[in-house]
Design a protein around this ligand. Structure first.
Ligand code: PLP
Length: 441
């Protein structure tokens, strides 16, 4: 069996360390992906094969090898509005686990009873934050169907995140098949047909389980997927989400860092600020970057504003991805695509057309728009909080009020949210939309 071939590493020291390292992970752990990764939509790294890979390929992640052990003691489903639901600790009866080693590649995946993992205290993930994850939902539709929302994008992004932190590569389609299998196994019981409009939260994770304390590329990893019950959907923030802009002493992500990847290392260190925000009566941090206070994201959601330029153009604006300090959200991407398709020429019913813009913008611009009466709406968008109108942003000692109308959301926020809801829950004429991925029968 081949061991990692150090003599094969042909590093071009003039090009980027990150992309070289990622290519190395791909060629070592899933050489078959090097071609397809180029064409996938969410991975922005340019991936080209390393020359001279002659080793026999190791077994890749393969959903068709799944072994199933059903839970002999399944638990009751919590009632809607019960305290255990609010605790977000209840998982469904089963989980998926798959182990990987550098020596033997991916093992056969297992669908097994939900339960604790066993790790050595020296495990790489517990010491060096070699962990990444995804966040998706399984929706019980108003038409009775179970759906995922654009799950291929999450699986592609998971691959991007794993390779960023030297965890093994895998074919994203195989991960999707495993997620769909888990959803089909537990979905019917945990999202009862008589509770349409509900969801389970899906958490795929990968950790380095390598028990060696050496600071090095891990040689053992574990991929797992769990489904948790969540009551977040019930939360309707009166007066909208209140955001506290981050201060000069803290930022979430920086150029050359890893803010674009969904790695655990991005989140733990942000919890001090998040806790402060809650203490001070806000819901989330609005993460700014740099001396000009560039607006990046709101907590673990992307951030959008609708404003009118001084020239009179109505715009939907969100931070661009090119600096790699913002996460490429599936919700963000979907809102941009829907807005470009339906709102740029006034197709959105009687709504005025908007220009859709991805670019760097700062707090000063936002403040000016607000004080000159040009700020129209703001909202946060992500899987966890879905589309949530923002009512207020606290920046340098002042609350910037964002206009809100009707039932607490601006009209563009409401129309975009309604379209996404239709696709996710199969209603309002969106039942057959290609972004809805039907699970099971
Ligand atoms: C997960 C996440 C988002 C939202 O991404 P979605 O794919 O829309 O759920 C946005 N920002 C950060 C930092 C995130 O972790």
């Amino acid at each position: 069996m081949a061991t990692p071939a150090r003599d094969k590493v042909d590093v071009d020291t003039t090009s980027s360390l990150t992309s070289n390292g990622i290519q190395h992970t791909l060629s070592e752990t899933a050489p078959s992906l090097i071609k397809s990764a180029n064409t996938s939509t969410i991975i922005t790294d340019t991936l080209t094969p390393q020359n001279g890979t002659t080793k026999a390929p190791l077994p890749q992640l393969d959903a068709s090898l799944l072994r199933t052990t059903l839970n002999p003691t399944p638990r009751p489903v919590p009632l809607p509005h019960s305290p255990e639901l609010a605790s977000q600790t209840i998982c469904t009866d089963h989980m998926i686990t798959v182990s990987w080693t550098a020596l033997n590649g991916w093992a056969a995946p297992s669908l097994q009873p939900f339960g604790p993992l066993s790790l050595m205290p020296t495990a790489s993930c517990l010491n060096y934050a070699t962990q990444c994850f995804e966040g998706m939902k399984l929706y019980r539709g108003h038409d009775g169907k179970l759906r995922l929302f654009r799950p291929q994008l999450n699986c592609n992004r998971m691959l991007m995140s794993t390779t960023r932190i030297a965890l093994p590569a895998f074919p994203p389609d195989e991960l999707l098949k495993l997620i769909a299998k888990l959803c089909a196994t537990d979905g019917d019981k945990w999202l009862p047909k008589d509770r349409p409009g509900t969801f389970l939260y899906i958490r795929p994770s990968m950790i380095a389980s390598d028990p060696s304390l050496g600071v090095q590329r891990p040689k053992e990893a574990l991929l797992y997927v769990v489904l948790t019950c969540s009551a977040l959907a019930a939360k309707n923030l009166v007066g909208g989400m209140r955001l506290l802009a981050s201060k000069d002493d803290m930022c979430r992500a920086w150029p050359g860092g890893f803010g674009y990847a969904k790695v655990g290392a991005n989140y733990g260190p942000s919890l001090v600020a998040q806790g402060e925000a809650i203490t001070l009566g806000y819901h989330q941090i609005l993460w700014l970057f740099g001396e000009d206070c560039t607006v990046t994201e709101a907590g673990a959601s992307n951030f959008f504003v609708v404003w009118r330029t001084r020239e009179g153009t109505l715009q939907l604006v969100t931070a661009g991805l090119e600096a790699r300090i913002v996460l490429d959200g599936v919700t963000r991407r979907s809102i941009l695509e829907l807005a470009r398709e339906k709102l740029t020429s006034g197709h959105g019913g009687n709504l005025e057309a908007v220009e859709v813009v991805e670019r760097t913008f700062g707090m000063v611009e936002l403040e000016e728009a607000a004080s000159e009466g040009r700020l129209v709406e703001a909202f946060a968008a992500g899987t966890a909080w879905f589309v949530t109108p923002v009512g207020c942003i606290h920046f340098r000692g002042k609350d910037i009020e964002v206009p809100m109308v009707g039932a607490g959301a601006g009209r563009y926020t409401a129309v975009l949210k309604g379209w996404l809801r239709g696709i996710m829950w199969g209603c309002d004429g969106w039942e057959g939309h290609e972004w809805g991925y039907v699970v099971g029968k």
